[in-house]
Design a protein around this ligand. Structure first.
Ligand code: GTP
Ligand code: MN
Ligand code: MN
Length: 383
C-alpha cells in the first residue's frame, strides 16, 4: 500500500497500547498545539467538545508516536488517527511556524482564566467554566467573591497553589516513598510500597507523588491505610486529605460485578475516579529537609500533592498497570482489550467475557500476555 505517498508515508498502530510512546519524541511543537486544543475543548465542555478533545488527544499521541520530525503534511495525511481539524492545524504550523487558531485561543480571556482556575487542585473544567461565566478571572476574584463558595478541597488547593506548582523531582518522590516505607515497616512488617505514576514512567519531575502499597499476604492490607494516615497526621505531614473507598468490598463477586459491566467504565470521562482501591489523596506538608530543599526561615515546610493507594495482593499487577498509566495509555489498553478481545480490564482485574472467567495475574507481563500485546516498559507508556 502507500503507493500514492511513496516512501514518505508513515504508519501507526491502531491503538496507543500497541506502540511505544516515550517522553522524548520528534514533534514537540505540534504536540504542544494539539494538547492546547484538547485542553481548550475540555474547558468549553459539553458532549460535542469532549468528543473533539478526544480527537485532539488521539492526534497528539499519534504525533508522539512518530519515528521522525514531520516536515510536510503529506507525510501524515494517510494516518487515520488525524481528523481534518488536527490536520489543518498541523499544516498551518508546518507552513508558517504557528497556527492562528491556537494562538488566538492561547491569548483568549476565556482560556487564560479557565486554565488558571483548572490548575487549582480540586477545580475541574465544569467549575472553572462556571466561575468564568460568573465573571471571575483571577485568584483575587475567587477570594473576594460573594457569589461562590469554595469547597474545602478547592480552598486548600488555592491556599497552597504556589507550592503545589513546584515540580516534584524523582529524588524527592523517592524520599517521600522511603518515609512512607519506614512508617509501614513499623505498622505492619512485610508491607511493600513502590513509586507509580509519572515517576515510574521516567518523568524527572511530576505534579505529585503516587505510591502503591500492598502486603504479599492477601487480606493483611485491611485497615493499613487508615493506620498509616493516622501516623502521618500525628507527624504533622498532612494538610488536607480525602480517604476514598476505605473497606471497599474486594471479594470475587465484587470483581465480577465491576468487571462485567462491559464498556460502561471505559466510556467514563477522563479524570473520574476509576476504581475501588483504597486511596488517600491529599496535600501533604513536608519538612524542607526531607525534600532536600534549601532552608527557608519563614516556612520550614513545603506542600506537595501525594496519592497513597492500597491494593490487595491478588490485584497488585492490575493496580500497578492502572496506576502507572499514563491515563491515555490505560484508556487505549482498556478500549483495545474490550474491542479486540472482549476482555474487560480495570485496575482490579480482567474479566474475559467470552470465557466468562477472571484472568488472575501476578506480574504486568501476565497481563500483556492475556492481552496478546508486546510487553511495554513503563517509560514506553507515555502517550
Ligand atoms: P503527573 O502526576 O502529572 O506527573 O502525571 P501522572 O501520570 O503521575 O498523573 P496522575 O498522578 O494524575 O495519575 C497517575 C496514574 O494513575 C495515571 O495513569 C492515572 O490514569 C491513574 N489514576 C489517577 N486517578 C485514578 C483513579 O482514580 N483510579 C485509577 N485506577 N487510576 C487513576
Ligand atoms: Mn502523578
Ligand atoms: Mn496522582
Amino acid at each position: 500500500d502507500g503507493s500514492a505517498d511513496g516512501e514518505s508515508s508513515l504508519q501507526l498502530t491502531k491503538y496507543e497500547c500497541q506502540r511505544v510512546t516515550t517522553l522524548d519524541h520528534y514533534n514537540r511543537k505540534l504536540v504542544e498545539a494539539l494538547e492546547l486544543l484538547e485542553s481548550h475543548a475540555l474547558l468549553i465542555g459539553g458532549e460535542q467538545s469532549q468528543g473533539r478533545a478526544l480527537a485532539f488527544k488521539r492526534s497528539s499521541t499519534a504525533m508522539k508516536g512518530l519515528p521522525k520530525e514531520i516536515e510536510n503534511v503529506d507525510e501524515i495525511s494517510s494516518l487515520r488517527h488525524l481528523g481534518n481539524h488536527s490536520l489543518r492545524i498541523i499544516g498551518e504550523i508546518l507552513t508558517k511556524g504557528y497556527s492562528d487558531e491556537v494562538e488566538q485561543i492561547r491569548n483568549s480571556e476565556f482560556y487564560k482564566a479557565t486554565k488558571l482556575f483548572n490548575n487549582i487542585f480540586g477545580v475541574g473544567p465544569t467549575t472553572a467554566r462556571y466561575w468564568y461565566d460568573k465573571g471571575l478571572r483571577t485568584f483575587d476574584d475567587l477570594r473576594n467573591s460573594e457569589i461562590i463558595k469554595l469547597t474545602d478541597r478547592q480552598q486548600s488547593g488555592l491556599d497552597n497553589y504556589d507550592e503545589l506548582c513546584e515540580p516534584v523531582t524523582l529524588e524527592q518522590a523517592q524520599r517521600i516513598r522511603d518515609m512512607v516505607q519506614n512508617e509501614i515497616d513499623i505498622i505492619l512488617p512485610g508491607t511493600k510500597s513502590m513509586l507509580v505514576g509519572g515517576h515510574r514512567r521516567g518523568k524527572k519531575a511530576g505534579h505529585d507523588t503516587d505510591i502503591l502499597i500492598w502486603h504479599p499476604e492477601e487480606g493483611k492490607e485491611r485497615g493499613l491505610l487508615t493506620k498509616l494516615v493516622d501516623r502521618l497526621e500525628l507527624k504533622g505531614y498532612i494538610k488536607y486529605k480525602e480517604m476514598i473507598n476505605i473497606d471497599a468490598n474486594t471479594d470475587e463477586a465484587f470483581l465480577r460485578r465491576t468487571n462485567s459491566r462491559g464498556l460502561s467504565d471505559i466510556k467514563e470521562k477522563p479524570g473520574k475516579a476509576m476504581d475501588h482501591l483504597e486511596r488517600c489523596f491529599g496535600i501533604f506538608s513536608f519538612p524542607r529537609t526531607l525534600l532536600q530543599l534549601p532552608q527557608n526561615d519563614d516556612n520550614p515546610s513545603a506542600a506537595r500533592r501525594v496519592d497513597l493507594i492500597v491494593t490487595p495482593a491478588s490485584q497488585w499487577a492490575y493496580a500497578l498497570v492502572g496506576w502507572t498509566g499514563n491515563k491515555q495509555y490505560n484508556r487505549s489498553l482498556r478500549l483495545y482489550a474490550w474491542k479486540e478481545l472482549q476482555i474487560n480490564l480495570s485496575s482490579h482485574a480482567a474479566f474475559d467475557c467470552r470465557e466468562q472467567k477472571l484472568l488472575p495475574a501476578s506480574t504486568e507481563q501476565d497481563i500483556f500476555n492475556y492481552l496478546k500485546l508486546t510487553y511495554r516498559e513503563p517509560w514506553e507508556r507515555n502517550c
